[in-house]
Design a protein around this ligand. Structure first.
Ligand code: IPM
Ligand code: MN
Length: 360
């Protein structure tokens, strides 16, 4: 198989961690007889510095011509005045929103699970952690308040600003189907998150999800209000299998879900739309404070590459080979700084990549 992969390394630790994933994909290619080639493209602060825009049209065009996209992380250091004074549409984050929408990536999967070897890192009480965490947040990614009408104006009291949460039946239907299909491959349970006690958009969300559920009688559906969900995630996370959410609720809850596993440097994600071309990225950010020091954990990006193999290229065996190699390295006691604990062997980011490559 021959595949062309667009690489948006981005900012901060982005280049180091995407290099890790590229090394792993090259090894997979060698071992299983595939040819992967990589095209590096600009997005984020690095793109703003070179072109004045966070996402140049050239990057969009080349991503559309690729078989799939690997993303590192975008975003500059907090307090970077050059970036913070930019208007909203020229900030690095705007580039991320634009690539999602340009590629039609409406479905964002963010799995959060407790790796057995890292169970000690879970910040929750032991009796809660022992029940396990293995959930996937299915986040709608190109609708809702992120893309709704927004603006500013003046009224009698002074200046005002607004953003709009809007969903139509089609948008909710397609993401709900993704969640129910995924639940069929897992533990057959969907929790749909909304704020239907207050928001009209949530009442429509709930109606549509219940309609879709009729086609999945084998999947159990639970409605949960978003505030309660925030609480349940720390109180009893083992109750969740597939968590179906809008764009903004998914943004917030997926950070919480990642944090309770205690190892955000391990968590991968995928974004897909109507085609097989997806965008794969680690859940964590660009961590500018540790960039260039070779201490960043490449595992989340390497596991994102494994998701690409499985979900975009239909190569489940190859994906499994990557995941097994990661588990093996952890079982052998190797740890990057972020997941280090007593008695383990601390390694640099590039060493971690090398150890994983050797075990494929
Ligand atoms: C994420 C990020 C982005 C989002 C930002 C950087 C635009 O927080 O991927 O969760 O809010 O979607
Ligand atoms: Mn976020």
């Amino acid at each position: 198989m021959k595949k062309h992969i667009a690489v948006l390394a981005g900012d901060g630790i982005g280049p180091e961690i995407t290099n890790g994933a590229i090394a792993v994909l090259n090894k997979i290619g060698e071992k299983f007889g595939h040819e992967f080639d990589f095209e590096q493209l600009l997005m984020g602060v690095c793109a703003i510095e070179k072109t004045g825009e966070p996402l140049p049209q050239y990057t969009i065009d080349r991503c559309l011509a690729s078989d799939s996209v690997l993303l590192g992380a975008v975003g500059g250091a907090v307090g970077d005045k050059r970036i913070e004074k930019l208007p909203g549409h020229l900030r690095p984050e705007a580039g991320l929103l634009k690539i999602r929408s340009a590629l039609g990536l409406y479905s964002n999967l963010r799995p959060a699970k407790l790796f057995p070897a890292l169970a000690g890192a879970c910040p929750l009480r032991k009796d809660i952690a022992e029940k396990g965490i293995d959930l996937v947040v299915v986040r709608e990614l190109i609708g809702g308040i992120y893309f709704g009408a927004r603006g500013r104006g003046t009224e009698e009291g002074g200046e005002y600003a607004y953003d709009t949460e809007k969903y139509n039946v089609e948008e909710v239907t397609r993401i709900a189907k993704i969640a129910f299909e995924l639940a069929r491959k897992r533990r057959h349970h969907v929790t749909s998150i909304d704020k239907a006690n207050v928001l009209e958009s949530s009442r429509l969300w709930r109606e549509v999800v219940h309609n879709v559920a009729k086609d999945y009688p084998d999947v159990e559906l639970t409605d949960m209000l978003v505030d309660n969900t925030a609480m349940q995630l720390v109180k009893n996370p083992s109750q969740f299998d597939v968590v179906l959410t809008s764009n903004i609720f998914g943004d917030i809850l997926s950070d919480e879900a990642a944090q309770i596993t205690g190892s955000i440097g391990m968590l991968a994600s995928s974004s897909l739309g109507a085609t097989k071309r997806g965008l794969y990225e680690p859940i964590h950010g660009s961590a500018p404070d540790i960039a260039g020091k070779d201490i960043a954990n490449p595992i989340a990006t390497i596991l994102s590459a494994a998701m690409m193999l499985r979900d975009s290229f239909d190569l489940p065996e190859e994906a499994k080979a990557v995941e097994n190699a990661v588990n093996q390295v952890l079982d052998e006691g190797y740890r990057t700084a972020d997941i280090m604990s007593e008695g383990m062997k601390q390694v640099k980011g590039s060493e971690m990549t090398k150890l994983i490559v050797e075990r494929i």
